[in-house]
Design a protein around this ligand. Structure first.
Ligand SMILES: [Cu+2]
Length: 355
């Protein structure tokens, strides 16, 4: 109903404007002024430029103010603070330029509207002015690009030796995460040809490192410790998006990507900060990847390091949950696979010797 009234209002407004235009046309015909180069609507159009400018600026400022909290989520990662600074610096520079150029654009359209007898000045060029508006933007943009490049190098460079490694894989339409397992802390090899309904990650069980890998239904990471996300996609382009951590990286089929970051606030701390006991972090997809794109959402929990280790130790390995796949493990490694996957208790020293 409300929408209908708005549409009706707009239609009526257009009818009124058209009627006003017709009346002014008729008046100019009666007066004989319609023979002039510029019609009577010249002044109206010039005025409308200013109205349009003020209207759109007002809308822009209102939106930016009213929805500020929706697009500036509290930051919960180390590099996120830097990314935010870069974002707001770029916003300030481009924002000022945007406002100034638009005011000039609309003001000139108004001020230099057609006037009887007025003649444009011929002003072919000005070298000083051209140098100025080439050199200044070039310097400013170079500064922005280089600080941005530094941030990019920081998030994509080698992770430290003791970084937590989590593999995240996008597929139509969900995320899957794989952890290297507590026994060897190394992700097993995978091969897309091995993917089936159960072995979603295409784990290669000929690799000893895969025996203790596990895939939980929600993602956990520790606070204050570097996390290296190893990102891949199984079918089409997806994009890993962790808005609170300012993490965004495309997941590309056949071309693994990565992103390293350090979380600075646990889920509990963020709940306290937002005064929202229901709050949860989420991994979402920010690449339109098909009709189920909206459902690509996975809960992410940031734990204190000790809780994280405890959670990790409690997770059953994939192989333990899918013992049928033991047949894919080479005969000579089956005993080791059973021990590493936690199917049977094994001698730890023996296990270490065989790793
Ligand atoms: Cu997706």
């Amino acid at each position: 109903m409300f929408q209908f009234i708005i549409v009706l209002g707009i239609v009526l407004l257009l009818v009124i404007l058209y009627t006003l235009f017709r009346i002014s046309r008729l008046v100019s015909v009666v007066k004989g002024s319609d023979k002039k180069v510029a019609s009577g609507s010249n002044k109206v159009n010039a005025g409308l430029f200013i109205v349009f400018m003020i209207g759109t600026f007002a809308l822009m400022f209102w939106y930016s103010w009213a929805y500020f909290d929706d697009y500036t989520l509290p930051v919960a990662s180390d590099h996120g603070v830097w990314t935010d600074t870069l974002f707001w610096t770029t916003m300030a520079v481009t924002g000022v330029v945007f406002i100034v150029t638009n005011i000039l654009l609309f003001w000139f359209s108004y001020a230099y509207q057609h006037k009887e007898g007025a003649k444009a000045k011929f002003y072919p060029d000005n070298t000083k002015l051209e140098l100025l508006w080439t050199v200044v933007p070039a310097l400013v943009l170079t500064g922005l690009v280089f600080t941005g490049l530094q941030a990019w190098n920081d998030i994509t460079s080698e992770a430290s030796e003791d970084a937590e490694i989590v593999e995240i894989m996008g597929y139509q339409f969900a995320w899957g995460v794989r952890y290297p397992g507590v026994k060897d802390n190394t992700l097993g090899e995978y091969n897309y040809q091995l993917i089936d309904a159960v072995n979603q990650f295409g784990m290669d069980l000929r690799d000893k490192n895969s025996y203790d890998d596990f895939m939980p239904i929600e993602m956990h990471i520790p606070k204050g410790k570097e996390v290296l996300l190893k990102i891949r996609a199984r079918d089409v382009l997806h994009s890993v998006f962790l808005p609170h951590f300012r993490v965004k990286m495309d997941a590309v089929p056949g071309m693994p990507t990565h992103f390293k970051f350090t979380a600075t606030k646990t889920t509990a701390e963020m709940r306290a900060e937002l005064e929202d006991p229901e709050f949860d972090y989420f991994v979402t997809c920010t690449e339109i990847c098909g009709k189920g794109h909206f459902s690509m959402k996975m809960k992410l929990v940031v734990d204190e390091p000790a809780d994280y280790e405890k959670w990790k130790a409690e997770q059953p390995t994939w192989l333990k949950l899918n013992p049928d796949y033991l047949t894919q493990v080479p005969e000579e490694n089956r005993e080791l696979a059973k021990i590493k996957s936690g199917m049977i208790e094994g001698d730890d020293n023996n296990l270490k010797a065989s790793l």
